[in-house]
Design a protein around this ligand. Structure first.
Ligand code: BDR
Ligand code: CA
Length: 313
């Protein structure tokens, strides 16, 4: 039995790996992909999602463009990390399908109501589309099994000292999702910074001997160069596929149920996730917060999927 999922994303180098993992692991059934402005503008993230699905032989998966800007904030893209295209590095000049002609939020709604089993929503970008779905169509909430999102941190941030990019980009959306009452799983920087695309990892992609493997190696080589320049990281962390891996095999992460508040008004901390790991404040847990990661198991899942998709395309 495969688990039905929707991926809401802003590709993005690590979003691309998240999509490949979802396509390549038979324990998941990718119902559709929706895109959001984040790492780049909406037109670019949508085109990038279509390109990755085309490369993965999954052009039949419906893609819909969602929100072009956050709910309240102005959009600030991450061109310093993901480049002008949002997926700089390899030559991704592939013919792509068109996005379906409905808004991403409407595609999510349609897919969820058409699916007999509860659907897991995996979000790897700002949570704008997911928040709009929950607010505009609350009737679908009983049909969503949970929202697993890459975002936030139990400690420091990356966009700002205490804010992680996806949450800083749209704090109000994250606040809506976390207070929705739906089960949520938070995959924050505190775990994603353990999954590094080392030289050996890049060599493993290249050594697959497939076009897809080479493209992954080139994506990670570009990502490494920007993380080195911007953050002084020796190797870049691949955040987003961990959210997908945690759905495929929940044992790869350890979680703690905790109240998570999003700082909406802080002078220096807007977009920070305030994670009450030790329940020092009143209020119920709003997320299962990842606090540990089986790094080797994660890479095995990802490599197996990319190898399989690359061999088949
Ligand atoms: C998150 O921000 C984006 O740049 C990545 O794609 C990831 O989703 C990490 O903070
Ligand atoms: Ca992302």
């Amino acid at each position: 039995m495969s688990e039905p999922i929707i991926i809401d994303c802003d590709p993005g180098h690590d979003d691309a790996l998240a999509l490949l993992l979802a396509v390549g692991d038979s324990r998941l059934r990718l119902l559709g992909v929706t895109t959001v402005a984040g790492n780049q503008t909406l037109d670019k993230t949508t085109r990038n999602a279509l390109k990755i699905l085309a490369l993965a032989g999954a052009a039949d998966v419906p893609v819909a463009a969602g929100s072009a800007r956050p709910l309240v904030s102005d959009l600030t893209v991450a061109e310093d990390i993901h480049g002008a295209s949002g997926l700089d590095g390899p030559d991704l000049d592939v013919p792509v399908a068109e996005p379906v002609g409905v808004h991403g939020v409407e595609l999510m709604r349609q897919l969820i109501v058409a699916e007999p089993d509860p659907v897991t929503v995996i979000a790897t970008g700002p949570l704008t589309n997911v928040a709009l779905l929950l607010r505009a169509h609350p009737e679908v909430m009983p049909r969503i099994s949970r929202v697993v999102f890459m975002g936030g941190s139990t400690d420091r941030g990356n966009s700002t000292p205490y804010g992680e990019f996806n949450i800083v980009t749209d704090p109000e959306a994250a606040d809506i999702v976390l207070r929705s009452g739906l089960p949520t799983t938070m995959i924050g920087l505190n775990v994603t910074h353990q999954a590094l695309a080392t030289t050996e990892i890049i060599a493993e992609f290249q050594g697959m001997g497939t076009r897809l493997g080479t493209i992954c190696a080139e994506l990670m080589t570009f990502f490494a160069s920007t993380y080195r320049r911007e953050f002084g990281f020796e190797h870049p962390p691949v955040h987003d596929p961990i959210a997908v891996a945690a759905v495929i095999d929940p044992s790869i992460i350890q979680t703690v149920a905790a109240p998570v508040a999003v700082e909406l008004t802080g002078t220096h901390t807007r977009g920070a996730t305030v994670v009450d790991l030790h329940h020092r404040t009143a209020g119920p847990a709003t997320a299962d917060v990842a606090v540990g990661l089986d790094v080797d198991a994660f890479w095995r899942l990802l490599m197996t999927a990319v190898r399989k998709v690359g061999d088949a395309t």
